[in-house]
Design a protein around this ligand. Structure first.
Ligand code: FE2
Length: 133
């Protein structure tokens, strides 16, 4: 295996966050779709596809590194309704959307980059102003 067990575990955890975000975006999109708001629905369906793509890139990275792919359980998405979200639902939604940025932590990004130079997802993050050294 070309990566540490710690990094392997963290990337598996991140894969779960990516899939959870994808499912949450799908739930949001379907809500807007049902409310006859196709532009908003399209936007969130696209976001869902993007998060799914991120998960698949991490899976490919692990396979290429000879590491173990262990996809964690994904929690049920917060359902939107015409009424306002409860405090608990709002906190859960906020948590799910905030945990998708594991690689924004500089030490995690450096460890990942040192093993995956040239990967399109990494390149894009490396070029983000927030991630430049
Ligand atoms: Fe993502």
């Amino acid at each position: 295996m070309l990566i540490s067990q710690t990094l392997n575990d963290k990337i598996n955890e991140q894969i779960g966050y990516e899939f959870a975000a994808s499912i949450q975006y799908t739930a949001i999109a379907s809500h807007f779709d049902a409310e006859s708001l196709p532009f908003l629905a399209r936007h969130f369906y696209k976001q869902a596809d993007e998060e799914h793509e991120h998960a698949m890139k991490f899976i490919k990275f692990l396979i290429d590194a000879g590491a173990r792919v262990e996809i964690p359980a994904v929690s049920k998405p917060v359902a939107l309704s015409c009424g306002a979200l409860s405090v608990n639902e709002r906190e859960r939604l906020n948590y799910q959307l905030s945990t998708i940025n594991f690689l924004n932590e500089p030490s995690n990004l450096r460890d990942y980059n040192s093993r995956r130079r040239g990967h399109p997802y990494t390149e894009r993050r490396e070029n983000h102003p927030r991630n430049r050294d």
